[in-house]
Design a protein around this ligand. Structure first.
Ligand code: TYM
Length: 378
């Protein structure tokens, strides 16, 4: 890929601008979500989430097939996940907020996979520490308010039995050379990394396996996860299941701009447990601005909101799309200054996190309501 852009589940680097996304989409073979598809989505969801209107969810694989079959009354479920390698940040919220909206509009079941095994295999983090993040991340996810009767959390180490039974059947269809070519894994790397893609594939056919009939699965994720599902789409028909469909987002950028927000770089991220003072400080000190350097130039030439960290965070967390458009226009025209944009983003983020942190106090004790149990699908 050009501009040294690398996008795999385990490494994302380079300047992720619009051109880069178009290139990635082409190279990965995902389709861009166009107006016709947006109308099709709207016909079943009744309205369109701002992430669709603003092009944050920009690509897909067979989303049209999933929507058509749902419309025709066929069963569909959603599947997404989190690798617990550290604290969650605002970037991780993007697929979860969107998945919650989709689940509510479609009224369908959702599987959420927590890949503690993956993070142990690919990071230098010890097993005990990863287990600490399993607890913390699950509490964060529960705080987002998913409907417990339809939301099922699968923790890989805890649900190893049912995952392994199915992963082994998947693995028989995948060669080492495929895994090396798709994920870029080298011979010198641990053998767990070669097998792990089979584990992440399982939830995309698990409901079909339990029900012993083909059930469609739609997977929301950001583009770094696409390798997993490219392999799954090749294999599932060989196992007698449907290919999973995907709806794919761009990344939330890092505070400094350019790359993606990443937990491995604390100064690039706003974490879900950051307090108001920290949020404000990070925005004022590090946030990449699309505004001009001086007040005079900003008034005269205006900002580029698309590359502005504060604007992007405000847009992601503000539920009022009309208000976001107005801010976009005012900032772009120079009526609004960079400092004002940062202030607005700081108060929007702090309000959102404050509410999330209040709900989180009870989330830790609610895991039993959400834990995956095969009987619920039998
Ligand atoms: P993980 O924990 O790296 O990321 C969780 C989800 O967040 C997305 N993501 C981001 N989205 C926007 N901006 C960012 N800066 C950003 N960073 C991460 C990821 O694409 C992902 O959707 N292996 C997975 C866990 C997993 C999974 C799945 C994810 C298992 N099954 C099915 C999606 C769908 C992982 O480590 O995600």
């Amino acid at each position: 890929m050009d501009n040294n852009v690398v996008v795999t589940p385990w490494e994302v680097s380079g300047d992720l601008n619009e051109k880069a996304y178009a290139k990635i989409a082409k190279e990965f073979g995902v389709k861009i979500i166009d107006e016709a598809l947006l109308s099709k989505i709207k016909a079943v969801t009744k309205d369109l989430h701002p992430f669709l209107l603003d092009g944050l969810f920009f690509a897909h694989r067979d989303l049209d097939t999933a929507i058509d079959s749902y419309k025709a009354g066929e069963e569909l479920y959603l599947y997404t996940g989190r690798g617990p390698s550290g604290k969650m940040h605002l970037g991780h919220l993007l697929p979860f907020i969107f998945t919650k909206w989709l689940q509510e509009r479609l009224g369908v079941h959702l599987l959420i996979q927590i890949t503690d095994d993956e993070k142990y295999l690919v990071k230098d983090t010890g097993w005990e520490e990863i287990q600490k993040y399993v607890k913390e991340n699950v509490a964060d996810i529960i705080s987002l308010g998913f409907e417990p009767s339809k939301t099922h959390i699968i923790i890989d180490s805890m649900h190893a039995g049912i995952l392994y039974d199915n992963a082994v059947k998947f693995a028989k269809h995948v060669t080492a050379s495929t895994v090396k070519a798709v994920f870029g894994i080298k011979d010198s790397e641990n053998i767990g990394k070669f097998f792990f893609p089979s584990i992440q594939a399982v939830p995309s056919f698990l409901v079909s396996a339990i029900k012993k009939k083909k059930v469609r699965c739609l997977i929301p994720y950001s583009i770094d996860q696409d390798d997993y599902f490219r392999v799954a789409r090749d294999v599932l028909p060989k196992m007698g299941y449907y290919k999973p469909s995907s709806i794919i987002s761009k990344f939330v950028g890092s505070l400094q701009g350019g790359g993606k927000m990443s937990s491995s770089s604390p100064t690039s991220s706003i974490f879900l447990d950051d307090d108001e003072k920290t949020v404000r400080k990070k925005l004022m000190k590090y946030a990449f601005s699309g505004g001009k350097d001086t007040v005079e130039d900003q008034r005269k030439y205006g900002a580029n909101p698309e590359i502005d960290f504060a604007f992007n965070m405000y847009r992601m967390l503000s539920e009022d799309h009309g208000a976001t458009r107005k801010v976009y226009e005012e900032y772009k025209s120079g009526k609004m200054l960079s400092g004002e944009m940062k202030e607005l983003a700081a108060s929007t983020i702090s309000r959102y996190l404050h509410e999330l942190q209040a709900r989180r106090k009870e989330s830790g004790s609610r895991l039993h309501e959400y834990l995956f149990k095969p009987e619920r699908f039998g």
